[in-house]
Design a protein around this ligand. Structure first.
Ligand SMILES: *Cc1c(COP(=O)(O)O)cnc(C)c1O
Length: 469
């Protein structure tokens, strides 16, 4: 499959050699990585990544779901530079700084419901880890204390990051398999036929039936600290969208049974779904919210865990009462990252990003409609400017391709030859461009996806033919 467009050049060769000699990449089978040509990105501007040979590629996944207003935005660069002139890093342990304070105030203003306190960290996984520890400790210190409420309920195929706590509430089997013995136990959910009358049925979307969640929660309410949920869709599960109202229904179950509701907006936050936060679509008021990815506009590692005043209050007391939240990271609330995040929020206002996004969401919807009838396409799921195109043999979800065919990966390689960067989740092709993608750029992205799907479909048809003779 290596093509002219992704082959090693005189300029990229030394980088590639040293990468393969010294580095170890995330979520990557290095044996394959070392065997195949790799792309070396040197620069970026707007929605384009530029490799060491000067070739331009449309960033179809926002540099892993992070970039919001495009690369190399002068406003964000300038904010980082100005902060750099003041101070690059100072600690939040025992000191504070204006940029973190200003950002905290802005986030609380924007946040859904009663979230009123901002606890910084640096990645999505830590934001979730912090949420779990807060919820866990909250019940020990609540009035009255309920120390038995220690367990979490989360969903199959959920993804909340790769630290051990975040993985404990994660549900993607391939990521978990090797570490099973490390996890704290969670309350399991059954995935039997939908009985709650949801339209479409919960199970049709591979989600647990709401009746079952309700029953399980009722049964374990005394042990459960919180429900953890990605709102509107499960990202890493393959943009697995929920039926309308599902997120709200799960939130209501948590409320009815006196559980905390932790919402993981790491992927959905900052406009991806068409609103600033996914919670706004269904009027959810979470107790704790995890943010990361788009928080800094996709420029620097920054995360935040927001909590309600009620939770915050439970942590107040004298030192000897032991109510302190003993958690922190060296780079918590890093000033450069906070400055980028403020510039990110400014751009949302100045450019009316969310308003301008609406026609792009509609354009994506129409473009996807056009792909629905291609041979390998089993299902297309969209939420805002995010889409997952699930591929299977004969377009039948029940007939997945054998993993060794690497169908999703081959589609993204074909896209790369045509100047578009994508990254699949097994055989789901994910589209998640920066929010500022133009009409023409989005049209090009959709056209390339169609071409790439068509080419791989033909290859697969030929392969199947060969198997049969
Ligand atoms: C990416 C992601 C995380 C983890 O964020 P990192 O910054 O990669 O640790 C957590 N939750 C969701 C929903 C995500 O998509």
């Amino acid at each position: 499959m290596p093509s002219e467009h992704i082959s090693t050049s005189a300029r990229s060769a030394p980088y590639e050699q040293n990468d393969k000699r010294y580095l170890w990449h995330p979520f990557t089978q290095q044996q394959l990585w070392e065997a195949e040509p790799q792309l070396v990105i040197e620069r970026a501007e707007g929605c384009y990544l530029i490799d060491v040979d000067g070739r331009r590629y449309l960033d179809g996944i926002s540099s892993l779901w992070a970039n919001i207003h495009g690369h190399g935005r002068p406003e964000i660069n300038q904010a980082i530079k100005q902060q750099l002139e003041r101070v690059a890093h100072t600690t939040m342990l025992g000191l504070t700084h204006p940029t973190a304070i200003e950002l905290g105030k802005r986030l609380v203003k924007l946040a859904p419901g009663k979230l009123s306190r901002v606890f910084y960290s640096d990645t999505g996984a830590t934001a979730v880890e912090i949420a779990l520890k807060m919820a866990f400790q909250y019940w020990q210190q609540a009035d009255p204390p309920q120390p038995n409420k220690r367990a979490f309920l989360s969903l199959r195929n959920a993804y909340h990051g790769d630290t051990v706590g975040a993985m404990s509430v994660g549900g993607i089997d391939v990521y978990r398999r090797a570490y099973n013995h490390l996890f704290f136990p969670t309350i399991p959910l059954e995935y039997t036929a939908c009985t709650c009358g949801s339209q479409p049925a919960c199970n049709a979307c591979r989600m647990p039936c709401l009746d079952i969640i309700e029953r399980t929660v009722a049964q374990h309410a005394d042990e459960l600290a919180a429900i953890v949920l990605e709102p509107l869709f499960q990202g890493a599960a393959g943009i697995q969208t929920y039926p309308a109202g599902y997120t709200r229904a799960v939130w209501e179950i948590a409320r009815r049974h006196g559980l905390l509701f932790i919402v993981d907006e790491v992927a959905t936050g900052f406009g991806r779904t068409g609103k600033m936060f996914a919670c706004e679509h269904e009027g959810i008021e979470p107790d704790i919210m995890a943010l990361a990815k788009g928080l800094s506009g996709g420029y620097l590692p920054l995360a935040a865990t927001l909590a309600t005043e009620e939770i915050y209050q439970a942590f107040l007391g004298s030192i000897s009462e032991g109510r302190t939240f003993y958690h922190g990271h060296t780079y918590t609330g890093n000033p450069l990252a906070c400055a980028a995040a403020l510039a990110n929020l400014d751009l949302f206002e100045q450019e009316q990003t969310l308003e301008k996004l609406q026609p792009r969401i509609e354009q994506l919807r129409q473009g996807l409609e056009h792909l629905r009838h291609l041979p390998m396409v089993a299902e297309i799921r969209q939420c805002g400017l995010v889409a997952g195109i699930e591929l299977a043999r004969d377009g039948e979800r029940e007939q997945p391709f054998p993993p060794e065919r690497r169908v999703g990966a081959r589609v993204t390689l074909e896209a790369r030859k045509r100047g578009v960067i994508l990254r699949p989740l097994s055989d789901v092709v994910v589209l998640m461009p920066p929010l500022i993608i133009s009409e023409d750029e989005l049209a090009y992205l959709l056209m390339v996806v169609e071409d790439a799907l068509s080419i791989v479909a033909v290859e697969e048809a030929m392969h199947e033919e060969e198997q049969h003779v």
